[in-house]
Design a protein around this ligand. Sequence first.
Ligand code: CMP
Length: 140
Amino acid sequence: AIERTLSIIKPDAVAKNVIGEIVARFEKAGLTVVAAQLRQLSRGEAERFYAVHKERPFFKDLVDFMVSGPVFVQVLEGESAISKNRDLMGATDPKKAAPGTIRADFAESIDANAVHGSDAPETAAVEIAFFFPESNIHSR
Ligand code: CMP
């Protein structure tokens, strides 16, 4: 089915100037950027976005990292967009990410891991609504 997923290019990859290289991978895989914004997250926004991880030991480091510089937030649309994006990203820990995946090629560590992608239809809907009103999403 045609799905939408939320993709975040994290501060490490934005700082490396590889937004375009990463977006090109999405487009070459048949995903379409239907909304996008470069923005600096506030601490409160990062804490709310990652609220499911609030009790995890890595939560503070995760929030610190996500506010360390601007992020490039996008809605990607296409056939099986959620799983396709996850395949393109590779494993959360870049040391375990398959060769040729975004995290294998651009990420340094499990914290600075280049990209985030929604993991399921329910979380995709919540994450997309967090950043984009429907009027700012341009399906095509
Ligand atoms: P992301 O997909 O953005 O979701 C939560 C993030 O927490 C994850 O990517 C990692 O960057 C970060 N993180 C740090 N340590 C861990 C861990 N042990 N397990 C999962 N995620 C972690």
